[in-house]
Structure formats: structure tokens, C-alpha cells
Design a protein around this ligand. Structure first.
Ligand code: MSP
Length: 674
């Protein structure tokens, strides 16, 4: 029987649409899943959505809808995105599924019966953002990080999980099975948390029910309580596992949720799988270890500048921004740029540079040169390499070594390292072409054997590349594979059966570009900036009270192109918007952008940086001192790498330039527009 491989992603909260942080986690898991299939393993790949808890309850309340309606609205964004990105999950779990709920209640009762869960009163501090009680040490840490506002005093009756009981086994798990958390340096963080400085008796029991919220799975037999969202969420891996695949082989998580996965999760499982005679103070039984996840793989964060990309900071990049260059491009970028475990700063320019260098030039160029030479000199038929000089032999040896080296890195989930060494090899081949000068060889009847060798080696390099990168770039790899005259699906190849030196199946095709070079300058000019996609003035709502007639009436011969009036909203919805008078202090153009102007604006209560897409209508010097209307409570967002905190109101139809909405001169910065 082939080896079984069970891989999971975290399940995503449905309080927001996916950003590239979420996308990265899922793509990483998908690349591993596809890779394992090509290793001949039988894979079960699980993803889904985390739909209960306070975050969802609050977001739904703010939007005037039920949490279930919110979940039903947001969940499809994840499903659709995964489809667009060719994610090959076998199952998509929702924590609101009846089958999942049943498992949670059943397991809750099991642990209640084994006294791993008990009821008591909790009094202390609670972190709203983490949805967790915090110890005094943690509270101090949060205060030091300026997060004190997220702490509230709480006294409530709660069910507790006897986490402290499992301290001994947890520590043994980390000591004896260091592969449990990867990369290894992350394991140290976990150890530090469980037993700081090697101290014992530090771990406290964990509250696993809430009475303060209602949006959750009711505690069986005590419906005043709902099950704590992390007990509910973590158990998705159990409730949605396919028969025969337990335990998880690799669980991909971000470092922010490592603690939940490396401490609470194995402890819950230990409690569920232990037997009455097991000694909790004795050695961790191998039988228990075998039921626990083999590896929790914790990756770092995508940052914007120095900050984590996250909804609450309003600095997110949406996957659509990357996907307009193709799915393979986005997937490749994630795998090529991010070293699993470390953080990485996102830059849109860096993204375009990487694709141009590695896909349009690098691989794309090598493929089109090789195929066109094979066409021109050999009618597409791949020759054998029979005569090898020292240089050819060096290329052959490097070529033979490339797949084993790539696979070794990939086995440790180091796709960045794997792709790096593969691209180093491809670059090396560019040098080989330059030295061998095949265009000269072609003209020399005595050099035909050497030309055969060169062409054959280039062909082999491309073929092994197609196979190795298939999990990362499924479509590009298939195109390359088919172009090389290979039959069938590249994804159906098995690494173990792959023969570097095997003859080609059939003649190669005419070259077709693998990846269209991105015209960076043109893209930057378009102002196709992250997030909403629309420039500020296109989404600015009309504010009749302060709107002034446009200073220059539109010429008569151009009919106005007015968008239809949007759906009616309630007054309460309108009142959520905080419009203020501001005064522009400084203004300058954003380099490489036609439309964007960066301004500092006096808001009366503070000075802000705001970017506006008004550069085609206003010169920076015209803006200084001008009074403007600002949407003051719009979440900050990144525009071409700079954070913009608010938006200026401007009026226009679909075609004309934007006209800034101008408050009267005596209006003061900070005045409320209502
Ligand atoms: N619902 C919980 C997970 C429960 S798993 C039993 C949750 N959801 S989340 O939607 O907020 O985030 C899920 C994952 O997205 C994070 O763990 C992390 O893997 C990923 N990321 C979110 N922001 C990220 C970055 N800025 N960078 C990289 N990944 C990050 O947590």
C-alpha cells in the first residue's frame, strides 16, 4: 500500500475576504500536497473556514446581519479563490457543518467524562483579539507592545480543560520528537512557552467555554455556554479527516497560531486518545505519539514594510492583485521568495522583478531558445548526447544532480531553497549556450555531434524542470512538458520513475512564450494599486450637503456618463461614515504614478498622510492650503507602497477628471460633515 499523507491548512475566519497572507498558507500546503502525490503518496488535503466565535459575532453585528449570514456570504470567497488558484484540496470543512458540530459535542462529553474538562469560575484578564484568557506575564507583554486596549477584566463561569495535566507529556513530545514543530527554531519558542527556562508547573488549565457570546456550538447539556472557538476550530482536523488518514502528517500554520497548534491541540488529542491505565507523570507512550500530528509546519508572515499584513492594520494586498499576472505567477512568487519560517516584506515591484527575471527571462527564454534551435537545426527531433567534452560532462553531472538535490530540499518543505538551486542550474545553462555557440556549430559539418550534445542537454534540463516545478506552477509546467513533446499530464509523473537521460517521447513543438514579460513601467503608470482596485475618486460617495457645482461645466458636446444610483442604504449605515474637513499642508507626486498625489492633511485632531488619485486634475502646488472633505474613518490602506490614512471626496462622472469637493473657507479642519 502506498504511503498516506494527511495535510491541512488552518481554517480561515470568515470576518474578511482572503488576503495574500491566507493565500500563501494555502498555496504552500497545496504545493506540498501536489509534491507528495508526485512522490506516489496517497494524499488527503483538508482546508475550510472557521465560522464561530466573537470576531465573527462582532463583525456580523456591525454589519447588521446574523453571523450565519455573514459566514454564508464570506465563505464562498475562499472557495472561489482556491478554485481560481487550482488548489487541490480533497475537502472543505465549515465549522457550522452539522457533522463537525456533532464531533465537537461528542468529544466535549468524552473529556468531561474523563474529567479532562471541569467547570469553575474564572476571574482575570482576557484578550479580545486572541479570544483567550491571559496570564499576568502575557498581560505585561501585551502592555509593552501597546496592546493594553485589547485586555478586559472578566469574571465568568467556564469549563476548563486540564492542560496542566499534559505538561509532562508535552515536554517529552518536544524533547523526543523535535520534528513535531518545524522549522526547529520555532520549537524553541513553544518550549519556552510551556516551560520558561525549563521550569515545570507553569502551564495553566485552559478555559474552553464562553457565556459572553452566543455564536458557537452549545456545550452539550449546558446551553448557556458555547464551546471556545479554538476547541471548536482545532477539532476540524479530526472531524473532517477521511477514514484511514489519521494522524495528520503536516499541518501548515502561520507563526501567529503556532501556540494553539503545538500546545493545546496535541494536549486535546492526548486527552482523547489516552487510556485509563496511562501514567500522565510517566513517559509519553509511543502509542500516543503515533496518534498525534507528525509535524506542525509554521511559516512566517508577509509584511508591509515592518508590519504584519492584516485586516486590522488595513495594509493588506489582495490576491487579485497578483492573479492578474496569472495563477502560476502568484504561486511561483510565494514559493520562490518566502523561506518557510521567516517573515518577508511584500513589494509589488519585487513581485514583478522576480517574475520577469525567472519566468520571462530565465526559464522562458531558455525554453524558447532551446525549442527554436531544435526546430531549426533538427526539425524538432531531440538528438542523443553521444560525444561529451569536459564542459558537456560538467553540465551532465550537474543535471543528474539537480533532481535529487531539489527533492531533498522539498522533502524538508524548503521550496525556496529547491527553486533557488534549480534556477542556479538554469542560469548555468545560459553560460553553456554562450560558450558552446550552437549557431556556429550548426554551420560546421564537423561539429554536429557537439551540437547534438548541447541540444540534448538543454532539452533534458527543461524536461526535468517541468517535472520538478509541476507542483508549484501546474499550468506552466504542463505547457512546457507538452511543448517538449512529452505525452500525458506532467502531474501524473512520479519523481521516482523519472529518468533524466530517457529519450524524448516525440519531436518538440514550436516555441510558445511560457510567460509574458511584464511591462513594469506601464503597470506602475496604471496606478493599479493594491486593495480596492479603484482609485479614491471613483469610489467616493456623494455628499449632497457639501457638494459644490463643478468649477468648469462639462462641454456640451460630451454627454455626462453617470453611473446608476446605488441601492438604498439606511440612515444608520450612512452614519457609520465619519466625514471631516481637512486642510492640505503639503502635496507631492508619487514617483512613477500619473494619478497619485501624496498629501499631508491637517485634520484638526491630527495630521495624516493621504494619497489621492487626483494627479491628472490637480498639480501639487494647487492643493497646498486647500480645504477638502476627508473620509476620516476609512481603514488605512497601502497604495504603491505608502500607507494612505483616509480618502478625499471628489466629484466626477465616469469620464471626466475629479473635482475636489470643497468646504467653504471658514470651515475649520476637524469640522464634521453631516
Ligand atoms: N481561524 C484561525 C485558525 C484556526 S485553525 C484551527 C485563524 N484564521 S485567520 O484567517 O486569521 O488566519 C489563518 C492563517 O492565515 C494564519 O495562521 C496564517 O497562516 C495566515 N496569515 C494571516 N496573515 C498572514 C500574513 N500576513 N502572512 C502570512 N500568513 C498569515 O487564525
Amino acid at each position: 500500500m502506498s504511503q498516506r499523507f494527511y495535510i491541512t491548512t488552518p481554517i480561515y475566519y470568515v470576518n474578511d475576504k482572503p488576503h495574500i497572507g491566507h493565500t500563501y498558507t494555502t498555496v504552500l500546503a497545496d504545493v506540498i500536497a501536489r509534491h507528495r502525490r508526485m512522490l506516489g503518496e496517497e494524499v488527503y488535503f483538508l482546508t475550510g473556514t472557521d465560522e464561530h466565535g466573537q470576531k465573527i459575532e462582532k463583525t456580523a453585528a456591525a454589519r447588521g446581519m446574523t453571523p450565519q449570514a455573514l459566514a454564508d456570504e464570506v465563505m464562498p470567497n475562499f472557495r472561489k479563490l482556491w478554485e481560481r488558484m487550482e488548489i487541490t484540496h480533497d475537502y472543505f470543512v465549515r465549522t457550522t457543518d452539522a457533522a463537525h458540530k456533532a464531533v465537537i459535542q461528542e468529544r466535549f462529553l468524552q473529556l468531561l467524562a474523563s474529567s479532562d474538562i471541569y467547570k469553575a469560575t474564572y476571574k482575570g484578564l482576557y484578550s479580545v483579539s486572541d479570544e483567550a484568557y491571559v496570564t499576568e506575564t502575557q498581560a505585561k507583554e501585551m502592555q509593552a507592545q501597546g496592546l493594553a486596549h485589547q485586555l478586559v477584566e472578566l469574571e465568568e463561569e467556564s469549563y476548563f480543560f486540564r492542560l496542566a495535566r499534559y505538561e509532562n507529556w508535552l515536554i517529552q513530545l518536544y524533547e523526543q520528537y523535535p520534528e513535531f514543530v518545524q522549522p526547529e527554531f520555532r520549537l524553541n519558542e513553544v518550549k519556552q512557552f510551556v516551560s520558561p527556562g525549563g521550569e515545570r508547573g507553569f502551564l495553566q488549565d485552559l478555559s474552553i467555554s464562553r457565556t459572553s457570546i452566543t455564536w458557537g456550538i452549545p456545550v452539550p447539556g449546558d446551553a448557556r455556554h458555547v464551546v471556545y472557538v479554538w476547541f471548536d476550530a482545532l477539532l476540524n482536523y479530526l472531524s473532517a479527516c477521511r477514514e484511514g488518514f489519521w494522524p495528520p502528517t503536516v499541518q501548515v500554520v502561520g507563526k501567529d497560531i503556532l501556540r494553539f497548534h503545538a500546545i493545546y491541540w496535541p494536549a486535546f488529542l492526548m486527552a482523547m486518545f489516552r487510556e485509563a491505565g496511562d501514567d500522565l507523570d510517566g513517559p509519553l507512550p509511543a502509542r500516543i505519539r503515533e496518534q498525534l500530528p507528525h509535524t506542525i509546519l509554521a511559516h512566517g508572515w508577509w509584511l508591509m514594510g515592518e508590519d504584519k499584513m492584516s485586516k486590522s492594520k488595513g495594509n493588506v494586498v489582495r490576491p487579485e492583485e497578483l492573479l492578474r499576472f496569472g495563477n502560476d505567477a502568484a504561486r511561483f512568487f510565494f514559493m520562490r521568495e518566502m523561506q518557510v519560517g521567516l517573515d518577508r516584506s511584500f513589494s509589488f515591484e519585487g513581485f514583478m522583478d522576480r517574475l520577469n527575471a525567472d519566468l520571462a527571462n530565465g526559464l522562458g527564454n531558455l525554453a524558447s531558445r532551446t525549442l527554436s534551435m531544435l526546430q531549426r537545426y533538427r526539425k524538432g527531433v531531440v538528438p542523443a548526447a553521444e560525444v561529451l567534452d569536459a564542459q558537456d560532462r560538467e553540465v551532465l553531472e550537474a543535471g543528474r544532480a539537480v533532481a535529487p538535490a531539489y527533492l531533498a530540499k522539498a522533502a524538508a518543505s524548503d521550496f525556496q531553497g529547491a527553486l533557488d538551486l534549480l534556477w542556479t542550474y538554469l542560469r548555468h545553462l545560459d553560460g553553456y549556450i554562450v560558450k558552446a555557440e550552437p549557431w556556429k556549430l550548426a554551420k560546421d559539418p564537423a561539429a554536429q555531434a557537439k551540437l547534438d550534445t548541447v541540444l540534448c542537454q538543454l532539452y533534458r534540463a527543461l524536461r526535468v524542470t517541468a517535472v520538478l516545478v509541476a507542483p508549484v506552477m501546474p499550468d506552466l509546467a504542463q505547457q512546457l512538458w507538452t511543448g517538449l513533446g512529452q505525452s500525458g499530464r506532467v502531474a501524473d509523473q512520479r519523481f521516482a520513475n523519472f529518468q533524466y537521460e530517457a529519450p524524448a517521447d516525440a519531436p518538440v513543438a514550436e516555441p510558445t512564450p511560457l510567460f509574458q514579460r511584464i511591462d513594469k513601467e506601464a503597470v506602475m503608470q496604471e496606478d493599479q494599486v493594491p486593495a480596492a482596485g479603484a482609485t479614491a475618486y471613483e469610489v467616493a460617495p456623494a455628499v449632497p450637503e457639501v457638494a459644490q457645482p463643478a468649477p468648469e461645466p462639462a462641454p456640451e458636446e460630451t454627454p455626462l456618463d453617470l453611473p446608476p444610483v446605488k441601492d438604498v442604504i439606511e440612515y444608520d449605515t450612512f452614519a457609520l461614515m465619519d466625514l471631516r474637513v481637512g486642510q492640505v499642508l503639503t502635496a507631492e507626486r508619487v514617483p512613477k504614478s500619473k494619478k497619485l498625489i501624496k498629501m499631508t492633511v491637517d485634520m484638526g485632531f491630527e495630521t495624516r498622510t493621504i494619497l489621492g488619485g487626483i494627479g491628472t486634475a490637480y498639480a501639487p502646488e494647487d492643493l497646498v492650503n486647500r480645504k477638502v472633505v476627508v473620509v476620516a474613518n476609512l481603514a488605512p490602506r497601502a497604495l504603491m507602497g505608502t500607507m494612505s490614512h483616509g480618502m478625499l471626496l471628489a466629484a466626477s462622472d465616469n469620464n471626466s477628471k475629479p473635482y475636489l469637493v470643497a468646504p467653504p473657507d471658514d470651515a475649520k479642519p476637524g469640522f464634521v460633515v453631516r
